[in-house]
Design a protein around this ligand. Structure first.
Ligand SMILES: Nc1ncnc2c1ncn2[C@@H]1O[C@H](COP(=O)(O)OP(=O)(O)O)[C@@H](O)[C@H]1O
Ligand SMILES: N[C@@H](CCOP(=O)(O)O)C(=O)O
Length: 329
């Protein structure tokens, strides 16, 4: 469920008066999504997405997110383009919430990613990284390794309610991240949440990326690790090396990794799994069951964390160093 704020027809019609989009034909809440309220908006000028930003999104970050989408779309990456009102503003206010209108992207996200999907996602992620190189705004990652311990501590020692022994396991992992995180690797603007529900396909081809609301400046290879962890595991929790190989090869075909990035992949993947396990754990323990926020199972990411902990060398993800660092994969 992702319509947290109601919008009345007169409110929306008044909001639309500020744009050159024609008049309101219809609008309807979109159930998918977690953080914000989204509406499918039809006007006499076309079809759009209306987003109302909810409490968990910091208003001060909105110019970064909206500016990034505009920048990437301008570089030819397929992603929602913010629509400006007649005064040039991409951000307005509707029903007491910051609000923006975006172009509609055709396509659907895939529930069953294939190796071909994974390769296309790897290519798109690397293109995003390259296209954002000259984006002038910056935003620190609010969910970087130094934030993981406070997030864990805000779960008030209740991790063992999810699985006995989990608190001690998290403690040991956090100590390792604090001592060994490879913070020196190349940085840039990362998507930071490129899960299957944020990538659209149309007729088998990748048609666009959405949901840039965790985007920030951080390690580029960490974004690859997040994406690999989200796309290359099966329902039973097993790693699919064919998908992993395809995703990494797709990425490296646009942006080859450097040796240190490649060698640190197991640590980066463990970190990616920890980050999503912790945010899910926090919601699992703290968000009331009748709340609108969709809770996701932290144990899915606990399994992935354990898999990554067992990986001794990056080649176990499917590709040898020479292939990935030379971009010849
Ligand atoms: N530009 C767009 N074009 C088409 N559909 C979109 C677009 N933006 C969002 N959506 C739809 O809205 C849903 C929720 O969007 P998303 O950005 O993932 O929300 P949240 O930030 O709340 O997770 C998506 O799954 C998709 O169905
Ligand atoms: N991808 C995250 C949750 C964030 O959801 P999104 O709809 O904003 O992508 C997770 O799976 O934990």
């Amino acid at each position: 469920m992702a319509v947290y704020t109601d919008v009345t027809e007169p409110q929306l019609a008044e909001f639309l008066d500020r744009y050159d989009l024609g008049s309101l034909s219809s609008y309807k809440g979109i159930a998918e999504g977690v953080e914000n309220s989204n509406f499918l908006l039809r006007t006499t000028g076309g079809t759009y997405i209306l987003t109302l930003y909810e409490k968990r999104v910091n208003r001060g970050d909105l110019p970064f997110f909206v500016g990034l989408m505009e920048h990437l779309a301008g570089r030819g990456l397929s992603c929602p383009l913010p629509v400006h009102d007649r005064d040039g503003n991409a951000l307005g206010e509707l029903s007491g919430r910051p609000a923006a209108i975006f172009t509609f992207l055709d396509g659907m996200w895939t529930r069953r990613p294939s190796p071909e999907h994974c390769r296309a996602v790897g290519v798109a992620l690397a293109r995003m990284h390259e296209s954002a190189r000259d984006f002038p705004l910056t935003r620190p990652n609010g969910l970087a390794p130094p934030d993981w311990r406070p997030l864990y501590e805000s779960c008030a020692g209740r991790a063992d309610e999810v699985e006995p022994g989990l608190s001690a396991e998290i403690e040991a992992e956090l100590a390792d991240f604090e001592a060994n995180w490879p913070g020196h690797l190349p940085k840039g603007v990362i998507h930071a949440d490129l899960f299957p529900d944020n990538v659209f396909f149309l007729a088998g081809e990748l048609s666009g990326l959405i949901d840039f609301y965790f985007a920030c400046n951080d390690l580029l290879a960490y974004d690859l690790a997040i994406t690999l962890s989200a796309w290359c595991f099966e329902q039973d929790g097993s790693y699919n090396v064919t998908k992993g190989r395809a995703l990494i090869a797709g990425y490296a075909s646009v942006r080859p990794l450097d040796e240190a990035e490649y060698e640190n992949l197991p640590m980066l993947c463990r970190g990616a799994a920890m980050r999503f396990m912790l945010t899910r754990l926090y919601d699992w323990l703290n968000v009331p069951d009748d709340s609108f926020v969709t809770k996701k199972d932290p144990r899915e990411y606990l399994k992935k964390l354990r898999f990554h902990r067992g990986v001794r060398e990056a080649s176990e993800y499917g590709l040898e160093k020479a292939a990935v660092t030379k971009g010849m994969a």
